[in-house]
Write a protein that binds this ligand. Structure first.
Ligand SMILES: CC(C)(COP(=O)(O)OP(=O)(O)OC[C@H]1O[C@@H](n2cnc3c(N)ncnc32)[C@H](O)[C@@H]1OP(=O)(O)O)[C@@H](O)C(=O)NCCC(=O)NCCS
Length: 182
């Protein structure tokens, strides 16, 4: 398992490493205290539920979901990114990624560093394509992924309904690996 020291734009350092079964409390603290309320919509589960986080961390199957975290030098998780994979069927060489950065740590290059690491992991696993889904208010996510080489392929209008009355477009972005991006 790797542990990489990365320098952020503000001069601080973080460690990027896989999430492990020892991270339950740190990950729970991240979801409880460090993500924007509006980002909760992006998750398909209630990430403020301690027992859900315990279940995630204690049952990691790196072949299906490879989660990596960014940890500060004093041991706080400030970002998580996941590479979702399938072992069978047409999706077996297609990965899906998700990234979430601490609300206090944005704009420092951390999202870029986590996406870069996921792309590297996807290549090591011989994936052919990576897909990311972004909701329309997340301009920073669209920019961050496009800078990493993703291309927007589809926009599904008014697909996501927020907890208020708003609806958002779902943007699907793709990165083709090892065969030139289309
Ligand atoms: C998207 C997200 C991961 C970006 O993380 P971050 O650490 O703030 O991004 P970085 O500092 O690495 O910036 C990467 C690029 O994103 C763009 N970007 C970052 N913040 C931005 C902002 N507020 N507005 C516009 N563009 C922005 C910039 O182009 C930047 O590249 P540059 O520094 O070379 O100009 C973070 O905002 C986040 O967690 N968003 C909510 C979750 C989400 O939408 N995830 C995406 C679904 S996969």
């Amino acid at each position: 398992m790797f542990k990489e020291k990365v320098k952020l734009n503000d001069g601080s350092y973080v460690y990027i490493r896989p999430l492990t079964s020892k991270d339950t409390d740190k990950l729970y603290d991240f979801f409880l205290n460090r993500i924007l309320e509006e980002d909760l919509l992006l998750f398909k589960d209630n990430v403020k539920d301690y027992f859900l986080i315990k279940d995630w961390t204690e049952n990691i199957n790196y072949k299906r979901i490879f989660p990596i975290v960014a940890e500060t030098e004093d041991g706080n998780i400030i970002g998580i990114a996941t590479l979702h994979m399938r072992e069978f069927g047409w999706e077996k060489d297609v990965g899906k990624i998700r990234v979430s950065i601490c609300k206090y740590c944005r704009g420092k290059g951390l999202g870029k560093a986590l996406v870069k690491k996921l792309i590297e992991l996807a290549k090591e696993r011989n994936l052919r394509v990576i897909i990311a889904e972004v909701l329309s208010p997340q301009e920073s996510a669209l920019n961050a992924l496009k800078k990493a080489g993703f291309k927007e392929t589809t926009v599904i209008k008014d697909l996501a309904k927020s907890y208020s009355v708003d609806t958002y477009n779902l943007h699907i972005l793709c990165l083709y690996l090892n065969e030139g991006n289309r």
